[in-house]
Design a protein around this ligand. Structure first.
Ligand code: NAD
Length: 254
């Protein structure tokens, strides 16, 4: 018996990294899925993997920063599966740079993709959750919401904003059976960090930083992050609401 049997879930940023890892685990636990991302080919690969294992999966290709994408994703869940129970708002980008050189358009894009997308998805998802048995929303923040470092100009601001949005939704809809929690991963093995390593001159340059910042001594795997998201998505966490769960190998405790 899967821990998400008969639940319908939307996962954004599902073509790669944490979103992909979570989509695969949600499917294993019995959820029916709508996967959202910019990259159709990679989305199709994830969907094929899920269907091969007998899972149910739809894909929506689009920019999460646009209302039209939120509308399409929620409509797909309702049209195909008749309901919506879980929303994992996870898509994100991390362009780094000193504030003095940081283009205004990049600031706007980061805030749109990382933060406004969650507002838009929640606006469309919450009415459908209210028609059913409530729901669980999980928003991907980051350890960088509270522990920042030079260059994370818009990224840290967007990730801190996510925690405020998460708490507001939690207090507004707790009585109606909708929960909203954030996760704050530390270093995770994903393409985002491969790109960061490339910009620093290779993984060899990144490993000492990870060892120093994350007492665990290594990056988390996407599967290790997905287990925490699964807990927050499932009814096991029914009293966990408005929280921000650190999943960072003690990075934020150090
Ligand atoms: P990733 O780059 O592997 O995956 C992100 C996915 O989001 C990609 O498939 C990308 O195509 C998609 N995406 C980006 N912009 C989009 C848009 N406008 N519309 C739709 N999809 C879009 O990165 P990841 O590490 O898996 O990141 C997932 C989330 O985790 C992000 O919010 C990121 O900030 C957060 N996070 C990552 C780490 C880490 O160490 N990797 C740590 C803390 C938080």
């Amino acid at each position: 018996q899967g821990r998400l049997n008969s639940k319908v879930a939307i996962v954004t940023g599902a073509a790669s990294g944490i979103g992909k890892g979570t989509a695969l685990l949600f499917a294993e636990e019995g959820a029916k899925l709508v996967l959202v991302d910019l990259h159709e080919d990679k989305l199709n690969e994830v969907a094929a993997e899920i269907r091969e294992e007998g899972g149910s999966c739809e894909i929506v290709c689009g920019n999460v920063g646009l209302m039209a994408t939120a509308e399409r994703a929620v409509a797909r869940a309702v049209d195909v599966y008749g309901r919506l129970d879980i929303l994992f708002n996870n898509a994100g980008i991390m362009p780094v740079g000193d504030i003095l050189d940081y283009p205004e358009e990049t600031w706007d894009e980061v805030l749109q993709v990382n933060l406004k997308s969650m507002f838009l998805m929640c606006k469309k998802a919450i009415p459908e959750m209210l028609k059913g048995n409530g729901g669980s929303i999980i928003n991907t923040s980051s350890v960088m919401a509270s522990l920042t470092e030079p260059g994370y100009t818009a990224y840290s601001a967007s990730k801190a904003g996510i925690i405020g949005l998460t708490k507001e939704i939690a207090v507004s809809y707790a009585e109606k059976g909708i929960r909203c929690n954030a996760i704050s991963p530390g270093w995770v093995e994903t393409d985002m960090n491969v790109r960061l390593a490339d910009s620093l001159g290779g993984m060899d340059k990144l490993y000492p930083i990870i060892k120093q910042q994350q007492p665990l001594g290594r990056m988390a795997t996407t599967r290790e992050i997905a287990y925490a998201v699964l807990f927050l998505a499932s009814d096991e966490s029914v009293v966990v609401n408005g929280s921000n769960l650190s999943i960072d190998g003690a990075a934020s405790a150090a």
